[in-house]
Design a protein around this ligand. Structure first.
Ligand code: AMP
Ligand code: ZN
Length: 307
């Protein structure tokens, strides 16, 4: 197959766009589409300081690279979850983020959950008997927001792609979870101490972000988080890929169609956010969920060491 722009040998065919591109023409196409999404949703401008939450995976590292190529003022934040999984998952991920930071000549902020909480994500899971992902999601959201406020960033960007967003939409729709549906959007505006959050890659498939990472020689961690293996979201992604295979463009139409009707789902009256009495971060309670988690972990650790 030949590249539509220059007739060289194509490296990717995107049936949903009926478009084949070569090694040279792919990155410019990808960057142009990134820019389009940023503009379409008014995500940020070149005057804003952007904090890219980087996990060490292909999507978020590709995002940091792409924003830098597009001359946005983008630094990275890596949250070290302390997950080993038999292959040093968190350590490898951190190394991948540090490598890219060096190459881009950009700042990478790092936060260690083990240092901040006094327990890593797997330890939190054991001590609280929560599913790993719920504690993990909570600490990630917390540190993204806290770091963006402390280091004065205007907006937080994450690497969620079309496959992620379509799978979440699918799950929310299966449950007709109106509250989640009302909140699922590539831009969440700033409010009461919660920074603006954006997903500039919502329209890119996993294949597209992977190819962008590959043509730019970005070294990323291929393994999934060991706790995510077997997750329902992976099963949903597989089903959506089957639909996509039969009818290219299904994932994009599913998501875009939803964005058009989304306002019909009314979010419940949002409770007012006030500063947490312990840490000052916004919360609907007196003490935020993160501080309550830290307290819980510390109490459990104390009883464990006594026993
Ligand atoms: P996930 O929930 O693992 O699919 O990740 C979704 C997005 O959250 C990624 O694209 C990153 O932008 C961000 N993210 C995930 N894990 C981390 C981490 N350990 N540190 C910083 N950002 C992360
Ligand atoms: Zn707090």
């Amino acid at each position: 197959m030949k590249c539509r722009k220059c007739r060289q040998k194509a490296i990717i065919y995107m049936p949903e766009h009926r478009l084949a591109l070569c090694q040279q023409c792919y990155a410019p196409w990808f960057l142009e589409h990134t820019e389009r999404t940023i503009k379409k949703f008014n995500m940020f401008t070149r005057r804003d300081r952007v904090l890219v939450a980087v996990s060490g995976g292909k999507d978020s590292l590709a995002l940091w690279h792409a924003l830098t190529e597009l001359s946005y003022d983008a630094d990275g934040l890596y949250i070290d979850l302390g997950i080993d999984g038999g292959f040093g998952y968190s350590e490898k991920s951190k190394q991948a983020c540090m490598k890219l930071a060096e190459r881009l000549h950009r700042t990478l902020h790092t936060v260690s959950v083990a240092e901040e909480v006094g327990a890593s994500v797997p330890e939190i899971k054991e001590l609280t008997r929560r599913v790993a992902c719920s504690g993990c999601g909570l600490v990630k959201r917390y540190f993204m927001n806290r770091m963006s406020l402390e280091a004065d960033y205007d907006v937080i960007a994450t690497g969620h792609n079309l496959d992620d967003e379509a799978a979440v939409l699918f799950a929310n729709t299966l449950r007709w979870d109106e509250e989640y549906l009302a909140r699922q959007y590539p831009v969440l505006e700033e409010r009461d101490g919660l920074r603006k959050k954006v997903k500039p890659f919502v329209y890119f498939t996993e294949k597209q972000t992977t190819v962008y990472a590959l043509v730019n020689h970005i070294r990323y961690v291929r393994e999934e988080c060991p706790f995510a293996v077997g997750a329902t979201s992976l099963y949903h992604k597989g089903m959506l890929n089957e639909l996509e295979h039969h009818s290219p463009g299904t994932k994009r139409r599913f998501l875009d169609g939803f964005f058009r009707v989304r306002e019909r789902f009314s979010a419940p009256e949002q409770s007012k956010l006030t500063p947490c009495q312990k840490c000052g971060q916004p919360t609907t309670a007196e003490v935020c969920a993160y501080c309550r988690l830290v307290d819980h972990v510390h109490r459990r650790q104390a009883t464990h060491s006594v026993a």
